[in-house]
Design a binder for this molecule. Structure first.
Ligand code: HEC
Ligand code: HEC
Length: 203
């Protein structure tokens, strides 16, 4: 008697599971946000997400078209007439690292990260379109002879790149603006773009 009842119970359970499986959930009302899932991003979407960061002043201020580093969200010329100098490190008496330490200084507003210096002149990005910046970045004549793997590594690991997401406050104590894409999303986009053959879309 007891075992018969449990058989019926198992039977009902099985029918229930079958029925549940055959009912398709209705997803027609859901909006699927594929843009934020790196695996579903197209190479072109990944490119634009990456370039939204590379065209931001946190990067471009240090990749100027002249010898003058830029400052702030409005990219004004560096105070004190600061210029490139020997080896992009500033002039003797005013080396970049005299003021720029390995960390941001929250009191003086001087930003800091290891090996703070100006990007060499052939790596200038200021004034270029996102397509031109990408072309320059992938060109060994202008990118310091880097292979695509080395450029990928630089973009996702280098201290001066990562600084952009912890940029600290300026001399007036106002926080500097962050790049428009969160770091993990940016990294996923960069990896995706390189994985897909680093193709620069046509304008
Ligand atoms: C404090 C100055 C500074 C900031 C800020 C900075 N860079 Fe650079 N960047 C440099 C210097 C210096 C080099 C040259 C390093 C080398 O060749 O070893 C460089 C080189 C590069 C290179 C390799 C050269 C090339 O053209 O491909 C890439 C890529 C790059 N930076 C990306 C970025 C990105 C992305 C950001 C912002 C998220 C950024 N940088 C912010 C100073 C800076
Ligand atoms: C005399 C001290 C001093 C020296 C030397 C100096 N800086 Fe600066 N730098 C500052 C201060 C202060 C700020 C912050 C100004 C602000 O944002 O209000 C700053 C800001 C910057 C910024 C702005 C970052 C941003 O995105 O807003 C960059 C880039 C920069 N310096 C690059 C350099 C480079 C490259 C050198 C060497 C060629 C250099 N600096 C030498 C004091 C100095």
């Amino acid at each position: 008697m007891k075992s018969k009842r449990s058989l019926i119970f198992i039977f009902l359970l099985a029918v229930g599971l079958l029925l549940a499986n055959s009912i398709e959930p209705d997803t027609s009302n859901y909006k699927v946000l594929t843009n934020d899932l790196p695996n579903e991003m197209t190479s072109e979407q990944a490119f634009h997400k990456m370039m939204d960061v590379l065209t931001h002043e946190r990067c471009v201020n240090c990749h100027p078209k002249d010898n003058i580093p830029k400052q702030g969200d409005d990219s004004h010329p560096h105070y004190f007439g600061m210029q490139r100098g020997d080896g992009n490190l500033g002039y003797e008496a005013t080396k970049c690292t005299t003021c720029h330490q390995t960390e941001n200084n929250p009191y003086s507003g001087v930003p800091g990260a290891p090996e703070w210096s100006l990007a060499p002149s052939q790596m200038f990005w200021e004034g270029l379109s996102r397509f031109q910046i990408a072309a320059s970045m992938m060109d060994p004549e202008r990118n310091g002879g880097r292979t695509p793997e080395e450029t990928l590594h630089h973009l996702t690991e280098h201290a001066l790149v990562l600084w952009a997401w912890t940029p600290g406050v300026d001399a007036e104590g106002n926080p500097r603006e962050l790049p428009p894409v969160p770091l993990d999303e940016y990294r996923a986009a960069v990896e995706k773009w390189f994985e897909e053959g680093h193709i620069i879309p046509t304008e």
